[in-house]
Design a protein around this ligand. Structure first.
Ligand SMILES: [Zn+2]
Length: 509
């Protein structure tokens, strides 16, 4: 054996290449180094006393499953070194991770960038706690990398949402969109309108099962949840869906609707309801403004989703108040009246320093200029992308073809006949485009997702595919490479306790 040292170095370099090739989402650049950083070579975390990095520093202990001391000063030679260098990175979410035999260094454009570097570290560590030497330069393609949960259809307790946020952070998602209100349930405490939770948070049964379903979040719980998410660099965007998807609100306060039907109950089946909030009733408009103000005060996010989807306008056509409002405003169509109502809400949001997000519908002729639009309906992404470009609306792409994660992953798992199969491959083939696109989002509509374990099962591993559409450069993405990384990632999911659906071999062809 002439060159034993060379041989060992070569072997370690190979290990490093293997681990570094399994990172999801695929980083911008990975340069394998030589050697290994042994677990015993690291005894402390240094963050220069930057308190914005305290959470990332603590997260390292979790990652390596080993207690570390945190020291602000450089008194030891072997360490993790975390730092923010805003000048070095124009993108605040960018980071550089450098692992040598002696140290692990993560420098980010902000504390978020450093946090993402720690998440990459988690994917590199082996079962012995050792790390391959490597340099990773990385930054996200899109600023909005979201997943949507729907506790309106099936309530999800706060502890479950926290587990989900932890899983999101592992794959560098940064937006949790919470669909808090719908026909089947009202899930957020509103001080001024207590019946919304007294009445609206309870339904008699679900699809005839005879079992009452209930649950809601207090504002204090949601504040605490938002803070938990923020530590993990996840922004919670609340959604109060108007003027459709409002049966739980109308069941609580019948005067909100056009017809004041006091026999309407919180809806017990899936589907689209004709009972909307009345756009002609001043009290209803005041209600919407009040609710928006209360929810806006709970969440620090500068954005607020106001729904706008699936609102059949037949009730408005028959409503004297809605028609009188339309005439008084000089509007020609009921769809224009809907645009007006969304505009009223946008004014209230502006007073709160926030901007609206809206599910785009092609029949609404005018939307608030400051809105962010969501493309969601199958087949309509090109039309929405064109409209967003024409009006200058930021665009979030959540197309049904690739990003509806409530759709089954295989034909034999279909909960409803009409649902198409959305395979892992189909999720991966999502190629987000558009001149005003700010990001992507996958939706987990909750009609057939009764609890968080089912939500995890539906989200993972498809969320890994979406994370690459959201984060990675298009030229760095390929199904073959993703498929090769999957076994490593599924082991990681098992290790950290994230439930997931294991794809059948034939689904990976
Ligand atoms: Zn009306």
């Amino acid at each position: 054996m002439k060159h034993p040292f060379t041989l060992i170095v070569a072997l370690f370099a190979t290990v490093g290449i293997a681990a570094a090739q399994h990172i999801v989402p695929e980083p911008a650049s990975v340069i394998p180094g030589k050697g290994v950083n042994r677990k015993g070579a690291r005894t402390s975390v240094m963050n220069g006393g930057d308190t914005t990095l305290d959470f990332a520093s603590q997260a390292i202990s979790t990652v390596i499953r080993h207690d570390l001391k945190s020291h602000p000063d450089n008194y030891q030679r072997r360490f993790y070194k975390l730092a923010v260098d805003a000048d070095a990175f124009p993108n605040p979410e960018a980071y550089r991770l450098t692992i040598t035999p002696r140290e692990v260094r993560i420098t980010g454009g902000s504390s978020a960038g450093v946090f993402y570097g720690v998440q990459t570290l988690r994917q590199l560590i082996d079962e012995n706690g050792d790390l391959p030497c490597v340099t990773v330069e990385d930054e996200p393609r899109f600023a909005h990398r979201g997943l949507m949960l729907d506790p309106a259809r099936h309530f999800l307790p706060v502890t479950d949402l926290k587990r989900f946020i932890d899983a999101m952070a592992l794959y560098k998602f940064n937006v949790l969109h919470l669909h808090l209100t719908d026909d089947q349930g009202w899930r957020v405490e509103i001080g001024k309108y207590p019946r919304l939770t007294e009445i609206g948070s309870v339904r008699a049964e679900t699809d005839g099962d005879g079992i009452p379903h209930r649950g809601y979040y207090t504002q204090a719980e949601l504040r605490e949840l938002a803070a938990y998410a923020a530590e993990r660099h996840v922004e919670i965007v609340p959604e109060f869906d108007i003027p459709g998807h409002s049966v739980a609100a109308v069941a609580s306060y019948p005067w909100l609707s056009c017809q004041t039907i006091d026999t309407l109950q919180v809806r017990t089946t899936a589907g689209v309801s004709p009972d909307l909030l009345c756009a002609g009733n001043d009290s209803t408009v005041a209600f919407v403004r009040d609710v928006v103000r209360e929810i806006a005060a709970v969440f620090p996010s500068p954005r607020f989703h106001i729904g706008g989807d699936e609102a059949p306008l037949d009730r408005w056509v028959q409503c004297p108040k809605c028609q009188a409002r339309k005439t008084a405003l000089g509007l020609k169509t009921d769809a224009e009246l809907m645009g007006w109502l969304l505009g009223q809400v946008s004014e209230t949001l502006e007073e709160a320093g926030k901007k609206p997000m809206i599910w785009y519908e092609t029949n609404v002729p005018r939307y608030p200029a400051e809105a962010t639009m969501f493309a969601w309906r199958m087949g309509l992404t090109p039309a929405v992308t064109d409209s967003a470009a024409a009006y200058g609306w930021p665009l979030v792409l959540a197309p049904g073809e690739h990003a509806y994660f409530d759709y089954p992953q295989a034909a034999d798992e279909r909960p409803a006949e009409w649902m198409p199969v959305l395979s892992l491959r189909r999720a991966y083939d999502f190629d987000p485009q558009g001149p005003t696109a700010i990001g992507v989002e996958a939706t987990l509509w909750g009609e057939y997702i009764p609890d968080i374990d089912k939500a995890f099962y539906m989200a993972f591993p498809r969320a890994l595919a979406l994370s690459e559409a959201a984060w990675s450069r298009p030229e760095n993405r390929s199904w073959e490479r993703f498929r090769a990384k999957l076994p490593h990632q599924l082991r990681l999911l098992e290790q950290v306790g994230i439930p997931f659906r294991r794809p059948a071999d034939k689904e990976l062809d």
